[in-house]
Design a protein around this ligand. Structure first.
Ligand SMILES: *Cc1c(COP(=O)(O)O)cnc(C)c1O
Length: 353
């Protein structure tokens, strides 16, 4: 398979905007090329369009060469750019395996790219036969999420790899929650699989959701395409500096992850004791999918107490399910107390209002 053939023609032929900082290579003392204000406020200069220092650090942390890394304004930017680069509007489609993260379909919709939906099996695994049956040549990319949002489970590695090897388009594996999972990243399969794309983010384990940094790992060809179509200065100087500083403290991230995992165990145990809880799905992420009696009403009652969880009860395979993020120990205690005050009777009795 030649990945270049998968790229939209207009993108393949696109001559990208070349910024002042792109064209100049070398050392200089006087910068009169970008119409910046010469007076030194901390941010008078445009940022590095390719975020080299930050990528260098990410490369060390992830064991992935810099040329195989793209950084976006959140993973959402990478998702959008992948769709824009590879899917011809009103012609090509992406395939998603539901239930899953909502942004794949939203980005496709925004780009007028169709979405083919294949439901996961009842244990939230890939239905390989159904995916095969739906993966015709108009499908340019399959988006998988492992650990999956909102179900929390890992997708079976062998099934993912089988798909990567047999599908003649991109397989994008979103690993936003990989730091919480008892498994290794798929980045180690990049070298052997030119159609594999792995997404990660600083928004979850690294505690930097407000900063907006998403990582995309792929072949240097695919990274080159994304760099060609992104906004020239998509990551601000402030973001690059702050992210670089935060990434020096891997210990802090590991401590947070340990704490969250131990709280995940504690919350799971406490939920098991509640009469309104019907089922707790095992999680490899920093949230738990929980089936309860009457999820919309439980959601509403929690809101009244000032606690917000995610009502996923209208999502396929998630009937009466709430997705609950693991918080601090005291937040988790509050949640469990509030849930324990909701009785099965009030959930099943029809209200008179
Ligand atoms: C939270 C999340 C992300 C993160 O998106 P950012 O834009 O990087 O904040 C990506 N994918 C999934 C599945 C998520 O749940």
């Amino acid at each position: 398979m030649n990945i270049a053939d998968l790229v939209r023609r207009n993108i393949r032929e696109l001559k990208p905007y070349s910024s002042a900082r792109d064209e100049f290579i070398g050392e200089a003392a006087v910068f009169l090329d970008a119409n910046e204000n010469p007076y030194p406020s901390p941010y008078n200069r445009y940022p590095d369009p390719l975020q080299k220092k930050l990528k260098q650090r990410i490369s060390e942390l992830k064991g992935v060469p810099m040329e195989n890394i793209f950084l976006g304004n959140g993973s959402d930017e990478a998702i959008d750019l992948i769709i824009r680069a590879f899917c011809e509007p009103s012609q090509d489609v992406i395939l998603i395996t539901e239930p899953t993260y909502g942004m794949y379909a939203v980005c496709a919709d925004v780009n007028n790219v169709g979405v083919r939906r294949v439901t996961l099996t009842s244990d939230f695994q890939l239905d390989i036969e159904a995916i095969r049956a739906n993966a015709d040549p108009s499908v340019k990319a399959i988006f998988l999420c492992s650990p999956n949002n909102p179900t929390g489970n890992l997708l079976d590695l062998d099934s993912i790899l089988r798909l990567v090897r047999e599908f003649r388009g991109l397989v994008v594996v979103d690993e936003a929650y990989i730091d919480f999972a008892a498994t290794e990243s798929l980045t180690r399969y990049l070298d052997d699989n030119p159609n594999l794309v792995v997404l990660q983010t600083l928004s979850k384990a690294w505690g930097l959701a407000g900063l907006r940094v998403g990582m995309c790992f792929a072949s240097s060809f695919i990274i080159g395409i994304l760099n060609k179509i992104k906004y020239p200065y998509n990551i601000s100087s402030l973001t690059q500096q702050y992210a670089l500083e935060a990434l020096q403290n891997e210990r802090q991230k590991e401590a947070w992850v340990r704490e969250i995992l131990s709280e995940r165990t504690a919350v799971t145990a406490a939920l098991k004791e509640l009469s309104i809880v019907r089922r707790i799905y095992p999680s490899n992420a920093n949230f738990i999918l929980v089936q309860v009696e009457n999820a919309p009403l439980v959601y509403q009652k929690l809101v009244e107490q000032g606690t917000i969880v995610r009502d996923r009860s209208r999502v396929v395979l998630c009937e009466n399910c709430l997705r609950i993020t693991i918080g601090t120990p005291s937040e988790n205690v509050t949640l469990i107390r509030q849930l324990s005050e909701i009785t099965t009777t009030e959930l099943t009795t029809k209200s008179n209002s």
